[in-house]
Write a protein that binds this ligand. Structure first.
Ligand SMILES: Nc1nc2c(c(=O)[nH]1)N[C@H]1C(S)=C(S)[C@@H](COP(=O)(O)OP(=O)(O)OC[C@H]3O[C@@H](n4cnc5c(=O)[nH]c(N)nc54)[C@H](O)[C@@H]3O)O[C@H]1N2
Ligand SMILES: Nc1nc2c(c(=O)[nH]1)N[C@H]1C(S)=C(S)[C@@H](COP(=O)(O)OP(=O)(O)OC[C@H]3O[C@@H](n4cnc5c(=O)[nH]c(N)nc54)[C@H](O)[C@@H]3O)O[C@H]1N2
Ligand SMILES: [Mo]
Length: 800
């Protein structure tokens, strides 16, 4: 496990199973590597437990009956990274000018450890220097008041708790701004926009028990072993019950192939593993709409020919026996049809619950198999086989992640998943639901309590009544709009509740230049990152407590709460000693800034900071149905389920139906530059040694990489065709929107099992390639999983 880049990195074979001894070993190494105090390991006993703390890594569900160790390698890394004894304290900042720190890597900046003291940048010395909290709040308040509210942006990364998030959006709104961009805009926004149109839900409908009630899982575009490893337990249990898992991913991800459960001694001793996917389809990146259309086409045409041959038992329909459909078509249809029911589509469900079926079915019939094959990279037989498995299952759970949402056609990807589900009534019954696997540990919850740029999603009247102010009604900026506003000089001040905006967004190079023109940048953070080192004219770095730490306020130790990927709320109590006596909690910092800034609104900020249960009362008063008896129930095992009407087949869409939404095309229309023979479609990935822009180390055990992150994974045929060989250094240049050159240099060519025409590189190293305008039109989610890039042998000298 390499913590540093190596001169001679190794790129070898991918592993084929996740978990097992390598994961267990990695755990031990992590605690050592991160200089975790002796109390660290015992702390993990409270990880994701009903009376413990909720993991700061991913948002996966917290079961009512947790395993003895309800954590994974990724969660342990995130915990260790926060508990580290390393400190980026006054001495560190006194020793380094920011110009110098600009040359440091993401890893090296965060590796300095926890921030300990509020800091203000001194333009004369080019250093962050200590200030008192009072001075900080006073100046920030003064500066914010001097800027029109439309020119201030309040960013949130999805980690802050429900309590902090509620306070933060309230502060922004009383200040007069709906500019609340958040990490979700780069993440599951295509879900938040796609699902409401389709089924009237803003979040996935799945709950944990669906894993026990399904007989098939369609698993798309999510890397379980790295991004939500605890879900492997749920998948393994499902496989043990005979559930079929049908996977769509351009890469063969180990966790989706096999899993050796570190919590099952017999598996650890014998090295045995559970095969996860029963069918694995290596769709081309960007090929999911075509693949899903192919599956739907196979189902719809099978249904057509059964109806035509009189085989269908569909009620009320007169099937004509002398239909021209051939015997072959009928035989094929019969092979897809569920053996016992002899019908492929759930016509009763479609009739009762949905709208738009005819248009969708028409489009599916019209698509040409050759075209579907070319774009998806799958054969007709493969799509038909997936359709057969689907039709022979009674309850199918649809699970998906970033590979679908972060695309030019992200919303349509999500809606195609729903279309497939609707064909057989696979929404809103036990085992059959939509599971959007969320990223940050409270990203979903932040939306639930009002972090959104869209005023229509917030009960503004309620806020106005509770706090006596006039909320702004205009549509605020989401992340790409904020980037644009920063580039155009429209945004003057940026307040960041966590995150690393500059590294996470597209168009990194131009953004860095523009960022320096901000009048004010305020960063509330636990660790140092590039968004702090590059800064505005006036810059503050405000260190906060993390969720793992004991948070003492005037009424005693406080708890906070979060919402998981399956829409359950959970309480969380910090257990670790605070990293520094100077730290304030996130609610205290938000309140401090709010009090120093606002001249209107009646909010009991101090009372709230003294006792967070009062913030929860306020959340309940704002959203009485969602948060009923919030304080009383927040520690109940399994969490508080949030009402999601689509789970009960109540469709809160304008037409009160679940809607088939027909994508107008199969693939985005790009204008690609002339050197198209050297162009591949790039997707960006996470390694198993990072959490977003937090780089723990330089190894990606599952993909066989150690000692570097500047890698481009390619198909062997493409390597040969381009006259390259493994280990060569190449430059990647964006092949669309070529008026501006966007390039990253010296990426090492690595042969990988990935479809021809596609390549993959790590996020955030590849972010300078992404044009700001390259996003889904409706959700504005950047297309991080699909970008045409041109490859050329690097002419850059080696840095060594
Ligand atoms: N350890 C760890 N855990 C994390 C994170 C982390 O960085 N590290 N990040 C957290 C966050 S914020 C998020 S949003 C989630 C992200 O978790 P994921 O949703 O797993 O996101 P990625 O790792 O970016 O990759 C998604 C998967 O999509 C596949 N893929 C790429 N392009 C396509 C495509 O066009 N079609 C299909 N079908 N598949 C495609 C990739 O091969 C990859 O396996 O994880 C969260 N958990
Ligand atoms: N190319 C490409 N780009 C992507 C993606 C991709 O797949 N490909 N994924 C996108 C996705 S899904 C996401 S979610 C975004 C992530 O974007 P962000 O959420 O903005 O980034 P993170 O890397 O999660 O933020 C890390 C920083 O958060 C701070 N932090 C950590 N814990 C705390 C805490 O408890 N409180 C506070 N106040 N601060 C804390 C630390 O200072 C740390 O440096 O990136 C997006 N960008
Ligand atoms: Mo995310």
């Amino acid at each position: 496990m390499s913590a540093r880049p190596k001169h001679h990195p190794t790129i070898g074979e991918s592993t084929h199973a996740a978990g097992g001894w390598p994961a267990a070993r990695a755990l031990g190494e992590i605690l050592l590597r991160e200089h975790v105090p002796r109390s660290g390991p015992s702390l993990l006993a409270h990880h994701n437990k009903p009376d413990g703390y909720m993991c700061v890594s991913c948002a996966w569900a917290k079961p009512a009956k947790p395993h003895p160790m309800e954590f994974c390698e990724s969660g342990a890394k995130a915990t260790a990274w926060e508990l580290t004894t390393r400190r980026a304290d006054r001495t560190f900042f006194a020793a380094h000018r920011l110009q110098e720190l600009e040359e440091w890597s993401d890893h090296d900046l965060e590796e300095q450890g926890r921030l300990t003291h509020p800091m203000r940048w001194n333009s004369r010395t080019d250093k962050y220097e200590p200030v008192s909290w009072k001075e900080a709040f006073d100046e920030i308040g003064r500066e914010l008041r001097a800027v029109p509210p439309q020119q201030v942006d309040f960013y949130t990364s999805g980690r802050a708790a429900l309590e902090t998030s509620y306070m933060y959006q309230l502060f922004a709104r009383i200040f007069g701004s709906n500019n609340l961009p958040d990490s979700s805009n780069m993440c599951h926004e295509s879900t938040s926009v796609g699902l409401p149109e389709s089924i009237g839900a803003t979040v996935g409908t799945a709950i944990l028990s669906d894993f026990q009630n399904c007989d098939c899982i369609f698993y798309l575009a999510q890397n379980v072993a790295t991004s939500s490893p605890r879900m492997l337990h749920d998948l393994q249990d499902a496989v043990d019950r005979g559930v079929k898992i049908v996977t769509f991913n351009p890469l063969r991800e180990p966790g989706l192939e096999h899993f050796t459960n570190p919590q099952i001694p017999s598996q650890m001793l014998t090295g045995r593993s559970t095969p996860i996917s029963s069918e694995y389809y290596q769709v081309k990146n960007g090929g999911d709409v075509a693949a899903l259309f192919g599956i739907c086409k196979a189902l719809i045409e099978a249904d057509d020919s059964m109806k035509a041959s009189g085989m269908s038992k569909v009620s009320g329909e007169d099937a004509s026996p002398d239909d021209p459909s051939s015997a072959a078509a009928v035989a094929f249809a019969a092979s897809i049809a569920a053996a016992d029911k002899r019908h492929v589509l759930d016509h009763d469900f479609i009739e009762t619950h949905t709208a738009g079926f005819e248009e969708f079915a028409g489009a599916a019939r019209r698509h040409d198999w050759a075209e579907l094959e070319r774009i998806s990279g799958l054969t007709r037989q493969q799509m038909t086989q997936a359709a057969r498995t689907y039709a022979n299952s009674e309850a199918v759970l649809m699970i998906y992640g970033m590979g679908l949402t972060q695309q030019v056609m992200g919303v349509q990807n999500v809606q195609m998943v729903v279309n497939l589900a609707l064909l057989r009534g696979n929404v809103g019954k036990p085992g059959a639901n939509i599971c959007a696997v969320r990223g940050h540990s409270n990203v979903q919850g932040q939306r639930t309590v009002g972090i959104t740029e869209k005023p229509g999603l917030v009960p503004l009247d309620k806020l106005a009544e509770l706090y006596q102010f006039e909320p702004p009604k205009w549509e605020g900026r989401s992340t790409v709009d904020t980037c644009k506003a920063i580039m155009e000089g429209e945004a003057r001040a940026f307040v960041s509740l966590g995150g690393n905006f500059l590294r996470a967004v597209p168009e990194t190079d131009a953004m860095e230049e523009a960022w320096r023109k901000l009048r004010l940048s305020v960063q509330i953070a636990t660790k140092l990152n590039r968004s702090h080192v590059i800064h505005g004219e006036i810059a503050y770095l405000l260190p906060c407590l993390g969720r793992l730490e004991i948070d003492e306020q005037s009424s005693g130790a406080q708890a906070v709460s979060i919402e998981s990927s399956v829409a359950h709320f959970h309480g969380s109590r910090g257990k670790a000693r605070r990293a520094s006596d100077e730290l304030l909690s996130e609610p205290a910092i938000v309140a401090g800034i709010a009090k120093a800034t606002l001249t209107q609104g009646r909010v009991p900020w101090d009372e709230w900071v003294g006792d967070y249960s009062k913030i929860r009362d306020a959340i309940e008063a704002t959203y009485p149905e969602t948060f009923r008896d919030f304080n009383k129930r927040m520690f109940q095992p399994g969490g508080i389920p949030r009402p999601v009407p689509a789970r009960e087949r109540k469709w809160t869409t304008p037409n009160q139906k679940a809607n088939f939404v027909t994508p107008p095309r199969l693939f985005p229309e790009f204008f690609i530059d002339p050197a198209a023979d050297r162009v591949l479609n790039l997707t960006t990935l996470r390694s198993n040694d990072q959490f977003n822009t937090t780089i723990y180390g330089y190894s990606d055990r599952y993909r066989g990489v150690d000692g570097t992150r500047k890698v481009v994974f390619m198909n062997a045929d493409d390597i040969r065709r381009m006259g390259l060989k493994e280990g060569d250094f190449v430059d990647l240049t964006t092949a669309i929107d070529i008026a501006r050159t966007r390039r990253v240099t010296r990426f090492r060519v690595a042969g990988h099992d990935i479809p021809a025409g596609c390549c993959a590189a790590y996020y955030p190293e590849a972010n300078p390639l992404f044009p700001l305008a390259h996003h889904d039109a409706k959700s504005k989610t950047p297309s991080y999983k699909l970008l045409p890039v041109r490859l050329s042998l690097s002419t850059q000298p080696s840095p060594f």
